[in-house]
Design a protein around this ligand. Sequence first.
Ligand SMILES: *[C@@H]1O[C@H](CO)[C@@H](O)[C@H](O)[C@H]1NC(C)=O
Ligand SMILES: *[C@@H]1O[C@H](CO)[C@@H](O)[C@H](O)[C@H]1NC(C)=O
Ligand SMILES: *[C@@H]1O[C@H](CO)[C@@H](O)[C@H](O)[C@H]1NC(C)=O
Ligand SMILES: *[C@@H]1O[C@H](CO)[C@@H](O)[C@H](O)[C@H]1NC(C)=O
Ligand SMILES: *[C@@H]1O[C@H](CO)[C@@H](O)[C@H](O)[C@H]1NC(C)=O
Ligand SMILES: *[C@@H]1O[C@H](CO)[C@@H](O)[C@H](O)[C@H]1NC(C)=O
Ligand SMILES: *[C@@H]1O[C@H](CO)[C@@H](O)[C@H](O)[C@H]1NC(C)=O
Ligand SMILES: *[C@@H]1O[C@H](CO)[C@@H](O)[C@H](O)[C@H]1NC(C)=O
Length: 547
Amino acid sequence: MAGWWFILLWALDPSFANAGVINLAKRTVLSDLSGGFCRSYRFGADIANNVLYTVGLDGGLIPDDGDASNNYLMTLDLTSSFSTSEGKNYKMTKIGAEVPKIKDMALWSNAENSTLYQYGGRFLENITSEDTIWTYTVKDKSWTKQDGTIQPSRLEYGVYTNAPAIQAGFWIGGYRASGTTSSITDSTKEYATGMIQLNTTTGQYTSLDGPYEAVEEGSLSYVPVGDRGILVYIGGDVPSIKDEINATMNSNSWNHVQVYDIAGAKWYNQSTTGTVASRTQFCASVQQEKSSFSYQIFVLGGADLKSKDTILDVNYLSIPSFKWYSAVPLDDPRMTLTCVTYGRQIFGIGGRRAWAEDGKAGCYDAPAFIYDAQSEATRSSFDPALSSFSLSSSTASDIKASASPSQWADPALRTLFGKSEATINTSANNETSSTSEPQEVNTSDPAIRGAIAGGVAGGVAGLALIIGLLWFFIATNKKQKNAILAEAEVVTRQVQPMSELPVGARDGRSELGGDTYMYSELPVDSKRDIPELDSERNRQVISHQGI
Ligand SMILES: *[C@@H]1O[C@H](CO)[C@@H](O)[C@H](O)[C@H]1NC(C)=O
Ligand SMILES: *[C@@H]1O[C@H](CO)[C@@H](O)[C@H](O)[C@H]1NC(C)=O
Ligand SMILES: *[C@@H]1O[C@H](CO)[C@@H](O)[C@H](O)[C@H]1NC(C)=O
Ligand SMILES: *[C@@H]1O[C@H](CO)[C@@H](O)[C@H](O)[C@H]1NC(C)=O
Ligand SMILES: *[C@@H]1O[C@H](CO)[C@@H](O)[C@H](O)[C@H]1NC(C)=O
Ligand SMILES: *[C@@H]1O[C@H](CO)[C@@H](O)[C@H](O)[C@H]1NC(C)=O
Ligand SMILES: *[C@@H]1O[C@H](CO)[C@@H](O)[C@H](O)[C@H]1NC(C)=O
Ligand SMILES: *[C@@H]1O[C@H](CO)[C@@H](O)[C@H](O)[C@H]1NC(C)=O
């Protein structure tokens, strides 16, 4: 059917041939998504200078491209209103072939909004520049390898957050596997124990304590209370036996959250009240309400780890009451998505409609949707003027009645939420002084440089490799103590749940091959006007996913 249309159009109007894409066919590099979209998971995303940047998009599942070797930077301009379903609003720039194609990475902007750091994630093709961190310079729109610093090993399936207020980005959890390193060729996962902090001004990485010996997924949020702010880690899935191929996965209970005091370098295990269903592969967004001095962490999307059913429920954890509330659910299922917050508007980006790795993961029209945290509804358009968030009156009166949890994990944690945040003293100071100091590696110190790089001829690349080993040396030491982490669970992970055809897992192609999209030879406009072609095309997309 589709082929017939193609021939007909060719016969009727050969001028189409000169007008556009026909001769470029499979190698068309797109400048926007006006020709449609199917899906992509999972993006790295961040907002800098009112531009929403997303990385991790290849052309394989984009109808007008269809070539998985095209790697795109996608941007949304947040200075004016736009419809999230209009493909033309998603601006695309092809990233040079020297930058490896990766999915599931962190994207951190620095406080000045001049640089984006891309850390972690899994390779979709041959593994090149294994632990290298790439940075994007906004001014010249260029990608470069980050040099001169000691860098952590590449991890996948961790979670991250950006804290521009303290010039830092954080990453928790995940592991090294065949998608991140060529040294692993089977289904082994080497879990990371700690947390990674990037100073986005100096470019320096620090290894900090993490909340779990081994964890993946979950969500990490920055909440600006206390001296330097806190991190709140929600959920997460832990393996029954660390680094064991046949480990079963278990969701952490959602009646506790892990809170990290950044200034005190200490984790607290804080209980929560209220009702919420545990889930995995969701995303989180922090909403501050100024009048009640409260912060709400919204969780969107995801799926139940055991049943694999998607979860539409939207919930939020109000802090400091540490109580869960329900908001109006999402209209459509979405898991394995990324959240980016602009005031009360939460962008849900990428992901899949169902827990599947083939066409059953579904298609959707555009990469992003917006959930308005205040009206608790999905918005069809972005409005830059909609900024401040306020609570519903019922939640507002509820948290007024119980502004703090009935039981604090520690008096020191309560102190962080004290009225005058600058005068944290007494027990807090005393306790924190006894916690382990972060292990910062001073790369400008010639002695340290020499010690680490000694005997390595490869300069900076060698340096990065060695700290990679060092990082995992630390993790491995801890592992010995705590090899068995949880009772065996019913969830067996036979395949990696989210691999969108990573290297090693399949045939090395990231999404669909170029041949799938014979329709890319049609000019965009003619396609959009032909409903049969559109539905035919969608069927085609789905039927080719099972490769
Ligand atoms: C950086 O970008 C963010 C998001 O658009 C903005 O809130 C912030 O003010 C910007 N910072 C600077 C220094 O321009
Ligand atoms: C991956 O490596 C193989 C074998 O070295 C090579 O033939 C192939 O071209 C590489 N693919 C890419 C995309 O670089
Ligand atoms: C990052 O480095 C800057 C400049 O040295 C410093 O002011 C800032 O406090 C550092 N941030 C963190 C989280 O350490
Ligand atoms: C994992 O399970 C498979 C199938 O039950 C078994 O053949 C294999 O030996 C197990 N591997 C390990 C490392 O326990
Ligand atoms: C947090 O506390 C609960 C209740 O004591 C416990 O079951 C859970 O294992 C703790 N979590 C961590 C990460 O310590
Ligand atoms: C801080 O704690 C010390 C020792 O507990 C006490 O002497 C001092 O008065 C406290 N300072 C403030 C500002 O509360
Ligand atoms: C700090 O705590 C230790 C033990 O918990 C106690 O012996 C010491 O007196 C405390 N110091 C201060 C200044 O409160
Ligand atoms: C790092 O080392 C350099 C050179 O020894 C020194 O000047 C600098 O103060 C050190 N920085 C930190 C944070 O220790």
